[in-house]
Design a protein around this ligand. Structure first.
Ligand code: ADP
Ligand code: MG
Ligand code: MG
Length: 869
């Protein structure tokens, strides 16, 4: 078994085995970039480590030693040398990048003797002891789990004693003293001396990286991002280069394009005389990459050259880590950079124009669900101008967030349980804050740059973040924010604008975003490639107009019951329901007819000739009737009937199991006049539209909850009679279609019969799932959570279509339906119609369209385009 690969042996396609970092280090080595040499221990070794007794075994150690020897020969340094020691970094690297989740140890190999050797061979004592104190701290923290604060505390104390502010102001002597103190901490915590044998250090470090795969924050991150626990992490052992050698050295990170906006302009930060995580941890305020141009012009040019090479090689925006050692540049990492959705779209469209990728590739690069970020509201500009500004920080991740401030993840979790919207405020975030970051509306930090933990993670989550807001003082202990003239306490409202970095006092109203620029261009490609249509669920002209703006191609579901709930009409609706005779009911329906007709007329007008599917009344009638004594009294009075009569009638309407009760077409069997009124309104409105010269509408009339061909026949005949009456009365006609919802399993498996009468099927997957599983939609979340916790289900069948069961019913139904009516029109109008994996499924079984809520239209379109690639 080969467990170890040198960087020269690997390539970018070997991510599964070498992890993302290792595979890319190898790739960069092989395309000639200056990467310090090293080797990678495979993910299979990690998996074996967990399968075994969580210890390193001989075969593995032998291979590590062999590669270490090669490294020593290549560099002319040696691991155990006291004069010219080889130092290495030990870096974790999972298959899917997990920023900040796993820990790296730098300067491994140093001990009491070689630190002197390093000082002499470089002539830089300060550097040698700075490296040693970093190593002791990282090793203790990562490999031995000694709390980092114990060391930080000593460093702070030392700076205080010396009257300096920055770590760089401590000299070699100071750091030497510090190293001794660090070793004392180690001794105290571990009851043994700091390990001096480099090989022993390396073994412990490798083990620690393997173990960090299962540390709680890594586990949480994987859960959040659906990364399997079984992948394991690789370990990279790489010779050190030193950014902490003085004023001509440094370390930094850069994105080849702006990760917040996508602008094609390098975006990065660096620190002089620094090492490793210093930039990210925010110990000093980093310089902007453009300053490097003045400070070290040749290095800057060289770096820019590499960014171009890497972008062209990976055909994507890169996130690059680099170190400068005495005016020599090294590249330490590259990966596809995390970005906001706005940036993802801008970058993908730009890359197409630059000829690096094709349109299909661009479409595949954007996660449909992420579009949510873009479609979501921004602050109302007017309200914004009149709001009080608290401070300005870095616009780290765009979005608009209002909420109550809380100062730690736990408090955010509790606030979210109380149903409050919250903003997480921290000095700076760390991986422990992840859960709080997920549940908050936005994140505000006082320290850290654009590449700080808070900024990177927030962008990855699509969460609004203002980072490095140094104008505020955050007192985490007492849970207050102070500015020059303000004190904000826990629970007070603030608002964050992640696009400007401005923090406002109070809650601010939001408005819909405009969708143009690269988004428009991107969506036009989506429309070119997509074959399945996307309609919307809309019950009002306003929703319909909103959906059109988002690109809807028709209405797939117009629910008429919402029109009934309208406060002005509810009186007539109730009179219709409690009516004792057909005459009374008809007179109430006569009142409803003109308002329904007007509803349809307005919707048709907005839709300008696009298809409109109207579903006839579905919910059980008692839903329209009040149940509190006082309300019933008022209703009886307003209808001038006896209170007791009304109570009796309501009692009659009550059902044990309304979901399976008197609803949908069953209502129309009992009271055909209700659907007749509705269909009259639908057709009359369409004739009105036609006669007034607007674009003609082709209504698709949909009968809900059909389970048996005979009930469909009965209801359809009623509709046909009424429609023909209208045609006669008006002396005019319109095209229309009559079809059915497919939501009762019996209908699905008798679809050949159903299709004799139905001209289209629209899958009502909410009810189909409810009745297919026998899970009450309204009660299921109580127990489905448990199914998910116990791993019985991976996701709720109410969220993503259960392909094997409910999906099978759909497939059977399509096959049978097409036997009878080969050109039968097929759609879906359940919630699933806007969920990407369900959309993909709908495409695969050949639906003509999906229908979803207006906000999900672009998401469904993108998912449909991806499904057809
Ligand atoms: P992460 O996965 O958290 O980004 P890395 O393994 O990339 O962790 O290590 C963090 C930082 O440590 C790097 O960005 C780099 O600055 C520094 N580093 C890692 N290996 C070396 C090395 N061989 N020489 C110098 N610095 C290194
Ligand atoms: Mg890194
Ligand atoms: Mg239904």
């Amino acid at each position: 078994n080969k467990y170890v690969y040198s960087f020269k042996e690997g390539k970018k396609e070997m991510k599964d085995l070498l992890g993302g970092k290792g595979a890319n280090l190898a790739e960069m080595t092989n395309i000639g970039l200056p990467v310090p040499p090293g080797f990678t221990i495979t993910t299979s070794a990690c998996i074996e480590f967990y399968e075994g007794n969580k210890d390193l075994w001989e075969n593995l150690l032998d291979q590590v030693k062999t590669y270490l020897k090669k490294l020593e020969e290549e560099l002319g340094k040696s691991f155990s040398s006291e004069e010219n020691p080889l130092l290495v970094s030990v870096r974790s690297g999972a298959v899917i990048s997990m920023p900040g989740m796993m820990d790296t140890i730098l300067n491994l190999g140093l001990n009491d003797i070689s630190v002197e050797g390093l000082a002499k061979s470089t002539g830089n004592e300060r550097f040698a002891y700075d490296s040693y104190r970093r190593f002791i701290q990282m090793f203790s923290d990562v490999a031995m789990e000694i709390p980092k604060v114990r060391f930080d505390h000593l460093l702070e104390k030392m700076k205080e004693e010396k009257g300096v502010e920055l770590d760089t102001e401590l000299d070699g002597k100071d750091l030497k003293v510090l190293v001794n103190k660090y070793k004392e901490v180690y001794l105290e915590e571990m009851k043994e001396e700091f390990p001096q044998d480099p090989m022993k250090q390396l073994e412990l470090a490798i083990k620690a990286v393997f173990k960090s795969w299962s540390n709680p924050r890594a586990v949480i991150y994987r859960k959040l991002h659906n990364i399997p626990d079984s992948l394991g992490t690789a370990v990279n052992v790489q010779s050190m280069v030193y950014g902490n050698m003085g004023e001509t050295s440094g370390t930094g990170v850069a994105f080849t394009r702006n990760p917040a906006t996508g602008e094609n302009k390098i975006f990065g930060e660096y620190l002089i005389n620094a090492q490793g995580e210093d930039v990210v941890a925010g110990i000093r305020t980093p310089n902007h990459i453009s300053e490097l141009k003045d400070m070290m012009p040749e290095i800057y040019d060289e770096f820019i050259k590499y960014t171009h090479i890497l972008e062209e090689h990976y055909k994507d925006m890169q996130d690059i880590e680099f170190t400068i050692e005495n005016k020599k540049l090294y590249i330490l990492q590259t990966r596809n950079g995390k970005r906001t959705t706005q940036a993802a779209i801008k970058i993908a469209t730009d890359l197409v124009k630059e000829g690096l990728i094709g349109k299909e590739e661009a479409i595949l690069r954007v996660n449909p669900n992420d579009l949510n970020q873009l479609l979501h509201p921004n602050f109302d500009q007017k309200k914004l101008e009149s709001s009080q500004v608290i401070a300005k920080g870095l616009a780290a991740s765009p979005g608009a967030a209002s909420g109550k401030v809380y100062f730690n993840a736990q408090d955010i979790v509790e606030a979210s349980q109380r149903g409050e919207k919250s903003i997480l405020v921290r000095l700076e975030t760390s991986p422990e804050d992840i859960e709080g970051m997920v549940l908050s509306e936005g994140i505000l930090t006082a320290r850290g740059g654009m590449t700080s933990h808070a900024a990177v993670v927030a962008r990855g989550m699509g969460k609004c973040c203002v980072a490095g807001c140094s104008e505020i003082r955050v007192d985490e202990e007492n849970k207050i924010i102070r500015t020059q003239d303000l004190t904000i306490k826990e629970g007070d409202y603030i608002s964050l604008d992640g696009s400007t970095g401005i923090v406002y006092l109070g809650e601010i109203e939001k408005v819909q975003p405009s969708l143009s620029g690269s988004f428009g261009e991107f969506m036009s490609w989506v429309d070119e490639i997509r074959t399945m249509k996307v309609r919307t669920n809309a019950d009002t002209p306003k929703d319909a107009a909103q959906a059109l703006e988002f690109g809807a191609e028709g209405i797939g579901l117009c629910r008429t019951e919402h029109m009934f709930f309208d406060s002005e009409r509810i009186g007539s609706v109730r009179r219709m329901i409690v009516a004792n005779s057909l005459r009374e009911r008809k007179s109430a329906l006569d009142e409803l007819l003109p308002v329904q007709r007007k509803d349809f007329y307005e919707i048709y007008k907005v839709m300008e000739g696009r298809p409109v599917t109207v579903r006839l009344l579905d919910p059980p009638l008692h839903e329209f009737i009040p149940n509190k004594e006082e309300d019933i009294k008022n209703l009886a009075e307003s209808m001038s009937i006896e209170y007791q009569d009304l109570v009796d009638r309501i009692e009659e309407l009550k059902e044990f199991n309304p979901m399976l009760g008197h609803r949908g077409c069953r209502l129309a069997v009992t009271y055909p006049e209700i659907y007749r009124m509705q269909v009259r309104a639908i057709i009359e409105a369409a004739i009105d539209i036609k006669e007034e010269g607007f674009e003609e509408i082709y209504p698709e009339i949909m009968i809900p909850l059909v389970g048996h061909i005979e009930e469909l026949k009965y209801v359809k005949n009623q509709l046909l009679e009424e429609i023909n009456l209208v045609f006669e009365e008006r002396g005019n006609k319109v095209n229309y279609m009559i079809g059915t919802m497919l939501e009762v399993p019996r209908a699905a498996i008798t679809s050949d019969e159903i299709a004799t009468e139905a001209e289209f099927f629209s899958f009502g997957t909410n009810d189909l799932t409810q009745m297919g599983f026998g899970y009450s939609r309204d009660d299921a979340s109580k127990f489905l959570d448990e199914y998910m916790n116990k791993g019985i289900f991976k996701e709720s069948p109410f969220e993503a279509i259960d392909r094997k069961g409910i999906g099978k019913l759909m497939e059977i139904s399509i096959e049978l339906g097409k036997k009878t009516r080969p050109d039968i029109k097929l759609g879906i109008c359940g919630e699933h119609g806007g969920e990407p994996s369900s959309v993909e499924f709908c495409h695969s079984i050949g639906l003509d369209y999906v229908s979803c809520s207006p906000f999900r239209v672009p998401i469904a379109k993108l998912a449909a385009a991806q499904a057809s690639i």
